[in-house]
Design a protein around this ligand. Structure first.
Ligand code: MRU
Length: 353
């Protein structure tokens, strides 16, 4: 099956023989368009950890594909042995990145499929796993489309939208969550102007969001993260649109580092701040944002990556949290495929989860 994203780029799929996952290596964009074939446990793990595949929904889809590809390599003679192999791969892949709930949620979903087919011969279990992985991706496309339709109710022609990180087709399968409304608006003849935070330190905003928007012919302007305040002050921004990796029961949300800064600024300037995500991102087991594990990453990403020469002395200490928590009081609404959730979030989220 061929799944294309909003750009006409097929960035995540099975190989023809189903032995491997093929991804567009997002860590090299926009300068190199390089597809890689991944089959081994270590390289599948590395692809998630090094953000070759990234964005909460895309990681979830990839996890489904990867668990099938690994299950196919199992030499197990019976179900208990097959399931032991599956659980070992599940734990291994699940440890690659901690913050996005999608990774563990989709591995759990594959787990349920394996257990539901426990009495079937192993080739049939594999068929069921393959179908489920493809279904996860198809559902993601429908989900993004529905989120984007709801998002259209929040914009008017000529709106300036501030974006942070990348929540577009590359982070999902098609349309995206936070960016989906911009793609759909273009299809409907509504003009929106995006101001895209570059999103230090890994520059997903500069490298991926402007790449996607520019190619789709959507007006976009790249800014450094530190410029968000001035563009808001100058009246260029009517709304902020961001994605999300996990929503806690009280409405606190985890998203790419710097998101909470945008939300605080938006509150200051009286600009609505919208979070876009599938309802599966709501994790009621986390009471508040304090319960969400924040991924910590290597100092080199701050000091060396993307620079010709290091920008700080090697001995300088670095703190590199990859996500932050946006307090629910700063969020105007959470937009899901099932509708727009407005405060008070604690009650409303229970109905949507
Ligand atoms: O570290 P990344 O690039 O995986 O972080 C991605 C984000 O923070 C996205 O905004 C989030 O995953 C939502 S993607 C639709």
């Amino acid at each position: 099956m061929k799944v294309e994203d909003g750009l006409g780029v097929e960035h995540l799929r099975f190989s023809e023989d189903g032995d491997a996952v093929i991804i567009l290596d997002q860590s090299l964009l926009p300068n190199e368009t390089n597809y890689i074939r991944l089959r081994e446990r270590e390289e599948l793990f590395e692809a998630i950890h090094e953000l070759r595949v990234r964005g909460a929904p895309a990681i979830g889809i990839f996890a489904g594909y990867a668990s099938y590809v690994l299950a196919k390599q199992s030499k197990a003679a019976d179900f208990p042995e097959f399931y032991r192999d599956f659980l070992s791969n599940k734990a291994y892949l699940g440890a690659s990145r901690p913050t996005a709930v999608n990774l563990s949620a989709m591995l759990d979903r594959m787990d349920r499929v394996v257990r539901a087919n426990a009495r079937q011969p192993i080739p049939e279990i594999l068929d069921a796993m393959r179908n489920e992985a493809i279904l996860i991706q198809q559902e993601d496309i429908a989900m993004c489309r529905a989120i984007s339709e709801f998002g259209l109710a929040l914009v008017s022609d000529g709106f300036g939208i501030l974006t942070h990180c990348n929540a577009g087709p590359l982070a999902t399968s098609r349309y995206g969550t936070g960016l989906g409304t911009l793609f759909l608006a273009r299809e409907r003849g509504i003009t929106l102007h995006a101001y895209c935070d570059e999103t230090r330190p890994l520059l997903q905003g500069a490298r991926l969001t402007t790449y996607e928007l520019q190619r789709a012919g959507i007006d976009c302007t790249l800014i450094c993260d530190s410029m968000a305040s001035i563009v808001m002050r100058e009246g260029k921004i009517n709304a902020c649109f961001v994605g999300c990796d996990r929503v806690a029961a009280n409405g606190d949300t985890a998203n790419k580092i710097g998101t909470s800064m945008v939300a605080i600024l938006a509150k200051h300037y009286g600009i609505p701040f919208y979070v876009f995500c599938p309802s599966s991102t709501i994790d009621l087991s986390c009471g508040t944002g304090a319960d969400i594990q924040i991924e910590l990453r290597a100092p080199e990403e701050i000091k060396e990556k993307f620079f010709e020469r290091p920008v700080a002395l090697p001995e300088v200490k670095c703190y590199n949290p990859s996500f932050d928590i946006t307090d629910h009081e700063l969020i105007t609404a959470i937009v899901t495929e099932r509708g727009i959730i407005r405060p008070p979030f604690f009650e409303a989220l229970r109905e949507f989860a």
